[in-house]
Structure formats: structure tokens, C-alpha cells
Design a protein around this ligand. Structure first.
Ligand code: NG1
Length: 565
């Protein structure tokens, strides 16, 4: 299974990029980051850690309720040249770092150099642990790195990546008494090509690459599978204040070229690489990412947007369980996916995709039970107030607060249980149908079934409509870009990622891409002034074949030199 494979470690660029042209282009970036590292830190790096961004083809805002999604990795990535800090460094900027200290610099001058070190502190239980009555956490020493979640900076993601490595591999209790049990000081030099705030997962790429860099420099990579790196990166990303699911991290770590990933999270992380259908004779289709250029600061807006969706779906699951006669303990906080399984009486080991599809189809009418009564609310309002929410949950006010609100900050006048549930279950179904269309096409001998691309496009359009009207995670600019993409000839077009700005992804015939991009450029006002590299940054095609490259790798630089000629 894809998640159980080890993290690939390459020793030359041509192993990492079998396509010679890509290897040559990447070689220039690698050479630059290595040379610059040596200049800045006075010694060579020992590794380069790489993690790509991703485009989610379908399955939005359902990973955190543990339904599957269908992302692919993109070529745009984060590279970190890294190595242990050497006290004999010749760099003027060099200072002797404390044990486990980090010097982090970025090729992009926008990001100022940072120096920080983890500290051992005695910590009591967290709010989340306190909310869990079963928890018996006592004050004990733990690693601490300062991350201000209200004002995230570029180094916050590096610190987030460091946390998981510290807590898993350097037990604080041991480190308190034994300096040998501390991590080594590290020098890091970053360069990245994933646009931030665009829905292409620059934050996951930063956290995954950072986690990997700390693992490699500390010689902890042996025995780490792709699945365990995904889990570590998911835990780490929570440190920057977003209660995300695992779709980005799974795509960034597990994807391979030519394939998308059907990734599921219940009862545990599972991943299936699915090649994207490639017609034999007719023109192939490619995915085109178009950035709306509306930057969504997910962390700042989390209490009205992302984290609110997490809370609405969690409370929705409890309310639906109550209405279906499913008994829950007062401290339980199950997701919609868990409630579905209990309602179906499904085996602990989970359901395969076919079983899940039948289950969701049977369950969908039950979602109507979440529609609130019409009386007492403004016309067209389908949400419920906080007081109603508490009542519907069947919990006391205090217990409700403890389970659903004590660990997260959210703000809303009306909480949309019905709309969110309808989005979740229909989107989960569309993901399975998308997978089915791909599998059917891949199994066909000869040409693809004629309706393959049309069907995939329809599912993408339906997904966008649902994100826009039920999940309410789109925005007018992104809606306009999707409409424009359709009128410019896309089979389908949808928002990708968290939303409220960011990117769209459209399925377009490869031989029409140039024409398509031109039409979108002319039609989308913010693109009109863009030319050359700036335009290529904003709208670009990623081929299902060689385009989506998701191999995560660590290159031993000395051997890599052969590639650079
Ligand atoms: P992006 O677009 O990377 O912010 C976020 C979540 C995903 C998923 C999508 C919506 C993070 C790191 N990632 O993606 O887990 O929930 O939104 O489908 O928060």
C-alpha cells in the first residue's frame, strides 16, 4: 500500500526526475540553493528535503470529517538545503547555536533570517486535553517553540515541522537530564515555488519539507513510512492553529507522477494511487490551475471560515446522531463519517469504496433531518443560533462548550448544520464517482469510454456548485473564474483547496490549453495586465502524466553533482 512505503531517498537528480528536461531545469534550482547555502553558512548542506504543493481535483472540506479526497501533487514545491550547524563555520553570520538550535534563511529576501531554539518547559494539560474527560494528563516537561498563531510568520511553519520530530524522537523527560538526547543544531536554506494563500497547499509543503529536513539531519528517517510522515505533518500543522484534515499532507508525501491519490482517513489513513485517464488517440486532457489572486489568510479568517466549518460539521454529526437514535457519550466528538458507519452498522475495518457509495446513497435522505423548522428565523435562513445548537446537541451549555468550543475560536450568528451536511455527503459521493470513472477508463482496452472527460468535468462542476452554495467556501472572483473557464471550453471547473479565494482547477483538452489560457486572460480582469512569467505564475497547466510530480525526496548532494555537468 502506498502509505506504507519508505520515504524515497535519491542520490542524483536524474533518479528524482527521470525526464531529462525536468532534471536539467530543476538542476539549476538545486545548484543555486546549494551554492548559496555554502556562502551563507560556510559549509555544504548534507541533504535537500523537498515537498510539493498539491491540487485537489475533487473532495473539498470533507477530509476533516474523515471522508476521502482526490488530490494530485504539482511540480511547484518547497526545497530545503539542510545540514548540521558547524561551530567552525566561516560565515560572518554564524553564531554558536545551542543544542537543537536552528538557523533558517530563505532565498526570497521577503523572508528575514531567523534563529531559534526549542526549550524544555513544564506544561500542564492543554485545553483540548482538559476537554477530554478520559485524559489523565499531568504537568510534565515538554518541548516548546514559540508560535504565535495570531500572527503567523514564515518560520512558524518550520517550528511546526520541528515539533513532531522533537516530541516523537527526543523524549523531553530524557532530554532534561541528558544533553546527548537533544537534537543537533541545524542550518536551513529555503526556496519555494508554491504561491502562498492560493489553495495549492504551500503551508503543507512547508510543514512536510521542514519535518523531513529535521528528520534527515538528525538521522531519524530510517523506518519512517510515507504514512507516518503524513501523520506527523498533520499533527505538526495543527500547531499553526488550523484544524485541518490530512489531504494536503497525504498528497504532498504520497503522490507519484502520472497519478492522483484516492486518500481516505477512516478508520485509518489509506491511500490508493489512481492513474489519470489518458486517451490513446484523441487529445489528452490536462488540469489547469488558475489563481484568482484573492489571497485568503486562512489563519486570520479561521473563526468565520475554516474552523467554523470544522465545528459546524462536528456539531451537525452529533445532532444528526440524536435524531437517528444513535447514542453518544457526553465527551464524544464523532464526525459525519463515524456516524455513517454507526448507522450502517459497518465493520470496524471500514468499507471499501463500493460499500461506502451504497451506504452514502442510503444515508442521504436522513440528512434532511437537519433542516431547521421555518418558524422563528429570517426568510431563507437555514442555520440555527448558538442557543438552538446547544439545545439540539442534547448537552448542557457547559458540556457543549467543553466538547465543541473550548479548543477552537469560532464566530457566527447562524450555524449551518443542514447545508454543511448536504455538502459533505454529496461531495463524498462525487469523490467515489470520480474514482470510478477513472478506474473504468483505465480498465478499458483501446480508446477511453467516450463520456469519460465529460463525466469527470460534470462532477467537478457539481462540486464547485456545492462548495459555493452549501459549503460557502468560494467567493465572487473564484465563481467568475469557474464560469469563465467553462465558457472558454473546460470540461469542468471548480475551486480547489480551502477557498475564500485561491485557485480554481479546470479540466481542459491539452491541444486547447493555449487558447483556453488566452480566453481566461482576456476575460478575467485581474489577469489583463499580466504577461510572461507573471501570467505563467497565475495560470498554468499540470499534466496528469508528467505534470503532477509528487515524489518526496532527499538528495545526497555530492553524488548529485554529476547531473549538473
Ligand atoms: P488548503 O487549501 O491547503 O488550505 C485546507 C486544508 C485541507 C482541506 C482543504 C479543504 C489545511 C492545511 N489544509 O487546504 O486539509 O480541508 O482546506 O478541502 O488546513
Amino acid at each position: 500500500m502506498a502509505a506504507q512505503l519508505p520515504i524515497p531517498v535519491f542520490t542524483s537528480l536524474d533518479q528524482a526526475f527521470p525526464d531529462l528536461q525536468t532534471a536539467a531545469i530543476q538542476g539549476v534550482r538545486y545548484k543555486e540553493v546549494v551554492e548559496e547555502y555554502e556562502k551563507r553558512f560556510g559549509h555544504k548542506p548534507t541533504y535537500i528535503a523537498r515537498a510539493p504543493g498539491r491540487v485537489n481535483l475533487i473532495g473539498e472540506h470533507i477530509d476533516y470529517v474523515l471522508f476521502g479526497a482526490f488530490p494530485a501533487a504539482i511540480e511547484r514545491d518547497i526545497l530545503i538545503a539542510c545540514g548540521p550547524s558547524l561551530p567552525s563555520s566561516t560565515s560572518g553570520a554564524a553564531e554558536t547555536l545551542t543544542v537543537g538550535g536552528v538557523r533558517a534563511e530563505n532565498l526570497n529576501p521577503k523572508y528575514a533570517p531567523q534563529t531559534f531554539a526549542p526549550m524544555l518547559k513544564t506544561a500542564g494539560p492543554s485545553a483540548q486535553e482538559e476537554a477530554d474527560a478520559a485524559s489523565t494528563v499531568h504537568a510534565e516537561s515538554a518541548w516548546h517553540l514559540d508560535i504565535n498563531t495570531r500572527e503567523l510568520r514564515w518560520e512558524s511553519y518550520i517550528k511546526a515541522g520541528y515539533y513532531g520530530v522533537l516530541s516523537r524522537f527526543f523524549p523531553a523527560a530524557l532530554a532534561e537530564t541528558d544533553k546527548q538526547a537533544h537534537p543537533v543544531p541545524v542550518d536551513l536554506l529555503f526556496t519555494g515555488s508554491v504561491p502562498s494563500g492560493s489553495g495549492l497547499s504551500s503551508s503543507a509543503a512547508m510543514v512536510v519539507a521542514s519535518t523531513l529536513a529535521f528528520l534527515t539531519v538528525n538521522n531519524k528517517l530510517d523506518g519512517v513510512t510515507k504514512g507516518s510522515l503524513v501523520e506527523m505533518a498533520m499533527e505538526n500543522e495543527k500547531r499553526v492553529g488550523v484544524n485541518s484534515g490530512g489531504l494536503d499532507q497525504a498528497a504532498s508525501v504520497i503522490c507519484t507522477p502520472h497519478s492522483a491519490l484516492y486518500v481516505t482517513f477512516y478508520p485509518k489513513l489509506d491511500a490508493e494511487l489512481i492513474p489519470l485517464p489518458t486517451p490513446r488517440t484523441s487529445p489528452r486532457a490536462v488540469f489547469v490551475c488558475a489563481n484568482s489572486l484573492v489571497v485568503s489568510d486562512k489563519v486570520v479568517s479561521a473563526k468565520w471560515h475554516y474552523n467554523l466549518r470544522v465545528v459546524e460539521t462536528l456539531v451537525g454529526a452529533r445532532v444528526l446522531a440524536n435524531k437517528l437514535g444513535i447514542t453518544l457519550g457526553p465527551n464524544e466528538r464523532p464526525t459525519f463519517r463515524v456516524i455513517l458507519s454507526r448507522w450502517l452498522g459497518a465493520p470496524e475495518s471500514g468499507l471499501d469504496a463500493d460499500g461506502l457509495k451504497v451506504g452514502i446513497e442510503r444515508f442521504l435522505p436522513e440528512v434532511e433531518k437537519l433542516r431547521p423548522p421555518r418558524e422563528g428565523r429570517p426568510a431563507g435562513e437555514e442555520g440555527v443560533t448558538l442557543d438552538e445548537l446547544v439545545e439540539l446537541s442534547g448537552l448542557s451549555k457547559e458540556q457543549f462548550h467543553k466538547v465543541y468550543l473550548s479548543w477552537v475560536e469560532v464566530e457566527a450568528e447562524y450555524f449551518q448544520l443542514y447545508k454543511r451536511a448536504r455538502h459533505v455527503f454529496t461531495e463524498a459521493l462525487r469523490v467515489i464517482e470520480f474514482r470510478e470513472v477513472c478506474l473504468r477508463a483505465n480498465a478499458a482496452s483501446g480508446e477511453l469510454p467516450a463520456d469519460t472527460l465529460v463525466k469527470l468535468g460534470e462532477l467537478m462542476d457539481q462540486s464547485h456548485e456545492s462548495c459555493s452554495t452549501l459549503c460557502e467556501s468560494s467567493c465572487p472572483e473564484v465563481d467568475a473564474l469557474c464560469r469563465l473557464a467553462k465558457s472558454a471550453g473546460a470540461f469542468g471547473s471548480r475551486i480547489t483547496g480551502a477557498g475564500w479565494g485561491g485557485c480554481t482547477v479546470s479540466l481542459v483538452a491539452e491541444d486547447k490549453v493555449g487558447e483556453f489560457i488566452q480566453k481566461v486572460k482576456e476575460g478575467y480582469e485581474p489577469y489583463r495586465a499580466l504577461e510572461g512569467e507573471k501570467l505563467r505564475e497565475a495560470i498554468f497547466a499540470t499534466k496528469p502524466s508528467a505534470g503532477a510530480f509528487g515524489e518526496l525526496f532527499v538528495a545526497l548532494l555530492l553524488d548529485m553533482c554529476s547531473c549538473w555537468g
